[in-house]
Design a binder for this molecule. Structure first.
Ligand code: PRP
Ligand code: URA
Ligand code: MG
Length: 217
């Protein structure tokens, strides 16, 4: 599975990754959301280079121009709730795309173990389309797996681009194995070495959903 890790390159993207990790900057939730959104914009631009293109003639006030524009039908699909600011960033560039949303949350038992629950899905048909599946955190990979399986009930995409900002090594391995035989590409901001006992990424950034939208009961 083709995998790109953006913080291995030198670009302004790395400042945004540094800021969302930084406890002294995480106190500003608007900046946290906006940093995720602008990383979504950058990743959307990078993904756009991999799409199929076609020539389009446009009429200008002074004549005709031919531009090479994307020809694929794109669906931006995100995992609630932390996926929302990333979704908005990707949608800022793929502004004509369709949209899908899947909810996924960790339901803990008394022992501290958890299952991922998918309870909500809203999606157009995905048959033959290019899906950009967005979630800022890829920890164990289970949310991506279950969300994707839920989305498959809405049709078989032509290609899936998974967009995530911070991943664990174990999560990357898990997703690479899962999509081994599928037309899929993985776009990551950073890959961290560890998962802690609660399956949080270390050093990671903490709880992305809470940092963006506040703690939940
Ligand atoms: O790879 P995994 O081990 O499945 O973990 C990653 C998931 O955890 C976070 O969501 P969370 O469950 O915290 O929900 P939230 O977005 O509502 O906070 C994140 O947005 C991913 O969906
Ligand atoms: O590190 C993690 C793991 C899951 N969800 C998060 O928000 N952060
Ligand atoms: Mg969360």
């Amino acid at each position: 599975m083709q995998t790109t890790i953006f913080n291995q390159q030198q670009s302004i993207f790395n400042r945004y990754i540094a800021e969302i990790r930084d406890t002294s900057i995480q106190t500003d939730p608007m900046r946290f959301r906006r940093n995720i959104e602008r990383m979504g914009e950058i990743l959307a631009y990078e993904v756009s280079k991999e799409l199929a293109y076609t020539e389009k003639n446009v009429v200008t006030p002074l004549g005709q121009a031919t531009e090479i524009v994307p020809s694929e039908e794109v669906v931006v699909a995100s995992i609630l709730r932390a996926g929302l600011p990333l979704h908005q960033g990707v949608l800022n560039y793929f502004d004509r795309s369709e949209n899908a949303f899947v909810s996924a949350y960790r339901k803990y038992n008394e022992k501290g173990d958890f299952d991922i629950h998918i309870e909500y899905i809203s999606s157009p048909s995905l048959d033959g389309k290019t899906v950009l599946l967005c979630d800022p955190m890829l920890a164990t990979g289970t949310s991506i797996e279950l969300a994707y399986k839920a989305l498959l009930h809405r049709g078989k995409p032509k290609h899936v681009h998974i967009i995530s900002l911070i991943a664990s090594q174990a999560g990357v391995q898990y997703v690479q194995n899962m999509f081994n035989d599928e037309p899929a590409t993985l776009w990551l901001g950073a890959v961290d070495e560890e998962l802690n006992a609660k399956s949080y990424i270390v050093p990671g950034l903490g709880d992305a959903g809470d940092l963006a939208y506040g703690s939940k009961i």
